[in-house]
Write a protein that binds this ligand. Structure first.
Ligand SMILES: NC(=O)c1ccc[n+]([C@@H]2O[C@H](COP(=O)([O-])OP(=O)(O)OC[C@H]3O[C@@H](n4cnc5c(N)ncnc54)[C@H](O)[C@@H]3O)[C@@H](O)[C@H]2O)c1
Length: 346
């Protein structure tokens, strides 16, 4: 793999949750953009072998600290040992369904974890923060595409935890000068690095469509359940804004660069493609990418699911000069490449 040139003045970025799905791709994008990365992850939903994948792609091994963002001492040690310039905060729990069963774990991890991290940043005088928010904060969208000004609401503890951290960031920004904060609202991240060396590794039954479809195509699951085909959409199935995870990762680098240029600022921006695809569109695209049949059955709607959701991407283009470049063909091809490389070697 290609070795990066040596930079004499590298900025070091702390990436919490950096061995997870999105954090690992952001680490690759950061290293390829010339940044040094320190990953902090407690490995509750990831594997340290991801570090090898990152190293093989970029030629550089990120520093890795196994630890929890809720641990103040761990955080202080990280900030003391490394000259951190900015923090990208991916660490957290993310399953909507699970959050209704163990809400305290979600509030503890996602809200208390963020407070601990921001407090450690204050102690270390680091004030550039990029936060993983979500389109889930738009609740049941009343306008499409969804602009950042759309009213926010939450219907489950996961969504609520994102709303609260967004609010905490607003209060913090108003309370003292010098903060440079980006609240990035992701739509539906899918796909994997085109090398097939890093990707999404769901534990147990996947919560999201794409990893589930990949497992059906691989013959690991019998069929896909499609929750409802009576929505007010072209084919009746739910429509979402899927974004390739490498595009999303580049969006983070763009947000970091934006923050670096400001004396202080707080930016809230959608990261999506601005296009919506139905479940059946995604099934057809994955079938074409994998050459495998994808059996499915239609079942009843899942409570809490919305009919359609896609991003207004105007602000991201305007402020960050960033737009997604990859379509659903590449998303499905890369997800399939990762699935086959990871679980069907040879
Ligand atoms: N994947 C999505 O569909 C999606 C959509 C919108 C927002 N997000 C947000 O993006 C972020 C990253 O999501 P992802 O899909 O990469 O999830 P992921 O589970 O793959 O990655 C999260 C990582 O954080 C680590 N982690 C969790 N709690 C921790 C803690 N207390 N201390 C240290 N490490 C901890 C996990 O081990 C994991 O490696 C999350 O905050 C998530 O809520 C994800």
């Amino acid at each position: 793999m290609r070795k990066l040139p040596t930079y004499t003045m590298t900025s070091t970025i702390l990436v919490t949750g950096g061995t997870g799905f999105i954090g690992s791709h952001a680490t690759v994008a950061l290293q390829q953009a010339g940044y040094s990365v320190v990953i902090l992850d407690n490995l509750c939903n990831s594997n340290p072998s991801v570090i090898e994948g990152i190293e093989r792609i970029t030629g550089t091994r990120p520093a890795f600290v196994q630890g929890d963002v809720r641990n103040a001492q761990t955080l202080d040690t990280v900030f003391t040992r490394h000259a951190i310039h900015a923090v990208m905060h991916f660490a957290g729990l993310k399953a909507v369904g699970e959050s209704t069963q163990i809400p305290l774990a979600y509030y503890d991890n996602n809200i208390y974890g963020s407070i601990q991290l921001l407090s450690a940043m204050q102690r270390a005088n680091v004030r550039t923060f990029i936060f993983s928010s979500s389109a889930t904060v738009y609740g049941n969208p009343t306008t499409l595409p969804i602009p950042e000004s759309h009213p926010r609401s939450a219907t489950n503890p996961y969504g609520h935890s994102k709303l609260v951290v967004e609010d905490i960031l607003e209060s913090l920004y108003a309370s003292e000068p010098g903060w440079r904060i980006a609240r990035l609202r992701y739509f539906n991240p899918v796909g994997a690095h085109p090398s097939g060396l890093i990707g999404e590794t769901p534990q147990g039954i996947p919560n999201n469509l794409m990893p589930y479809v990949a497992q059906v195509a691989a013959g690991k699951r019998e069929k896909l359940q499609i929750f409802g085909n009576d929505y007010n959409t072209p084919d009746g199935t739910g429509v979402r804004d899927y974004i390739h995870v490498t595009d999303l990762a580049e969006g983070h680098v763009a947000a970091l660069r934006y923050c670096e240029k400001a004396d202080q600022d707080m930016l809230t921006v959608n990261l999506g493609t601005g296009e919506g695809y139905s479940v059946l569109d995604m099934v057809a695209a994955f079938k074409a990418a994998s050459g495998r049949p994808i059996p499915y059955e239609i079942t009843k709607r899942r409570p809490g699911d919305v009919a359609s959701c896609w991003a207004d991407t105007t602000l991201a283009k305007q402020k960050l000069g960033w737009a997604a470049t990859k379509g659903i063909k590449e998303m499905c091809e890369d997800a399939w490449h990762w699935e086959t490389r990871r679980t069907m070697p040879g």
